[in-house]
Structures are given as C-alpha cells and as structure tokens.
Design a protein around this ligand. Structure first.
Ligand code: XUL
Ligand code: MN
Length: 344
C-alpha cells in the first residue's frame, strides 16, 4: 500500500499549460517551490531531465555542472527526497534537429554523446544510478532520410559509450512509436530490450514503460510490462493514460480506461514491483483548463487511483479467477472483473 510503494514524478509534470496552439495559462512555479510540493502530494522521488537539475548546462563546463548538481542534491536532502533518474534532454538543442545519436551529421552525434556523459555526471552527483533514454528525435519524418540499420548501430554505439563511461550506471530506454517523429526507431519494449542485447553490457540496459506510449503503439501496457518483467528489465514505469491514437496525452492514471489501469496495477503488484527499489513513476500532465491552485491534482489523483487499485487487486477472488480459467469460462471471468471494478 502507500508505505510499500514509493512514488515519483518529474518537475515538468507541474507546468504552465502552453501547447502547440496557444500560450501558457498558468504562472511558472520555481524548481525550489515544486520540490516543496512533493512530500505534500505523497511523493518521495524526483525524476530529472539533466537540465531540470542544471539549467543552461550547455553554457557550463563539466566541473561547474557537477557543482550545480551537488547543490540540487542538498536541496533534495533538505526535503527528504531521492533522485530517481536523470534523462539527457537531447531534443531541444539546434544541433539535434535531425536527432542526437542517429543524426546524419557526425558533429550532432558527438554532441549527443558528450551531453549524455554530462547527464551521467549529474546522476552521480544526485546519487542515482539510473539514466532514462527517451529517444525523442531518433527516427525520421520520411523513411529515406536515414538508414535504419545504421541508426541501430549508432544507438548501440551511443549506449556503449554511456555504459563504458560509468560502470555503475543502468540505462532504461523509454520506447515510444511516434511524436515528435513520424516513425521512431525504438517504438516498443521488444525493440528496446533487443537493442539492449546488442550493447556491450546487456545486464545494465532495461526499460521505462510508459502507459501512453504502449497505447500509441497499439499495445496493451500491462502486456508490455509483463514482457519486461519476464526479462527482469522493468527498471521503472511512467504511468498515465491515453485516449486512443492521437498526440501523446499523458492523462491522469486510470482516467480513460480504469480496467486497463487495474490490469497494470495487478501485474505490478503480483510481481513485487517496487520491492527491488523501483519507484512507481508518473508522467502526467494536468489539463490546460485547470486553474493555478488545482494544478497538481493530476499527480495526487493518479497516486490515489493507483493505491485504490492496489486494494481492489488484492481483494479480487483469485481462487475464483483460477476456477474460471480452468473451466475456460472467460465470459464469466469478464463479468467477475467488471463486477469487481463496479464494486458489486
Ligand atoms: C515524452 C516523455 C518524456 C520522458 C522523459 O513522451 O514521456 O517526458 O518520459 O524524457
Ligand atoms: Mn515519459
């Protein structure tokens, strides 16, 4: 329950509400103010992009970056918080317009590798051993723009560079099939894990599975999680929800399809997710319509829904489930689950 699970989110999950078609609608909240909200909302872990921890890091040298990150670690300690992971934010720099690790320009690829090393330095300073790689621009708008075989070779080369740079760091690839690219090279959990096995240390390469990304790939998020669990590769999760095949919505967990959320929680709880130190990570966006005051409700609501679903999962009559499976009465099993979700 609440004490058994530790929850995390990233500072970008408290945001001003700007979208591609309109300006921001809420005031900015400083990083320090955001940190003060974590515990109040029931969260213990902070997910970082490298420049969430060290803004404008491209203007700083490696030592200055580490010094700044150490200051952030002190802030975390002051709030009783832990850094869960650091993700290199490679997709906003002019040098990575055509991608980072898979860019056609060798200078862009080198920048991406260097920046990833700096992200690892920040992770060390923040006392976490987990790097998340969301491969934002590692794909194409038109198929002929890049060679997909070479792209995979280049991704392996970049991950090998990170694994070699720090022998303690683990890497969780966060697959996503599209957005911002038309076609991403690592669209699913299967692709991410297979990529890991091409690297020089597959033991240290796993996944971060995001609910919405699995749905965008036309897949069931709990099945994706089960696949990763079978490989002992579910390093973290980004729970949220997604209403069909459209832009990545990052809706509150369970808000579109409660049964799909129930299935994710059932699987995670069954296989002791969290007991090996994993956080229940969220990647949720508040609605643009939300007023300033209530703009953290998506976080506390997602956490509450997760915990309520844990209760529901644990009160499911698993003996009855077994019996119905043995009798191949899946219609009755369907009704059992629906009745359980309806509370009757
Ligand atoms: C993008 C996404 C990112 C990653 C972290 O769709 O989910 O926020 O989770 O870089
Ligand atoms: Mn995510």
């Amino acid at each position: 329950m609440a004490g058994e699970y530790r929850f995390s989110f990233g500072p970008w999950n408290i945001h001003e509400g700007g979208d591609p078609f309109g300006p921001t609608v809420r005031d900015s909240i400083s990083f320090g103010e955001k940190l003060k909200l974590y515990k109040k909302l029931g969260f213990d872990g902070v997910q970082f992009h490298d420049d969430d921890a060290v803004p404008e890091m491209n203007k700083l040298g490696p030592k200055e970056i580490v010094d700044k990150a150490k200051e952030v670690r002190k802030m975390l300690e002051g709030e009783g918080l832990t850094a869960e992971f650091v993700a290199p934010r490679l997709w906003e720099d002019p040098r990575t317009i055509d991608g980072g690790y898979t860019a056609n320009d060798p200078a862009a690829r080198q920048y991406a590798k260097d920046r990833s090393r700096r992200a690892i330095d920040i992770a060390v300073a923040l006392d976490t051993k987990l790097i998340v790689l969301w491969l934002a621009r590692e794909g194409t708008y038109i198929r002929e723009a890049k060679d997909s075989k070479v792209a995979v070779d280049r991704l392996v080369e970049a991950i090998d560079d990170m694994l070699g740079y720090n022998p303690d760091m683990k890497i969780a690839i966060e697959p996503k099939p599209n957005e911002p690219m038309d076609q991403a090279y690592i669209p699913t959990t299967g692709h991410a894990l297979a990529l890991g096995y091409l690297t020089k240390d597959p033991k240290r390469v796993g996944v971060n599975i995001e609910t919405a990304h699995a749905i965008l790939a036309g897949l069931d998020p709990s099945d994706e999680m089960g696949f990763a669990l079978a490989y002992e590769k579910l390093y973290t999760v980004h729970l949220n929800d997604q209403n069909g095949l459209k832009f990545d919505e990052d809706k509150s967990f369970g808000s579109v399809n409660l049964r799909r959320a129930f299935d994710q929680v059932r699987l995670l709880d069954k296989y002791d997710y969290g007991k090996r130190g994993e956080f229940v990570g969220l990647d949720v966006k508040v609605m643009r319509t939300q007023k300033q005051d209530g703009a953290t409700k998506h976080l506390s609501n997602s956490r509450t829904v997760f915990l309520k679903l844990v209760e529901l999962v644990r009160s499911l009559d698993e003996g009855k489930v077994e019996q119905l499976i043995a009798g191949r009465d899946y219609e009755e099993l369907d009704m059992l689950i629906m009745s359980h979700l309806l509370g009757k």
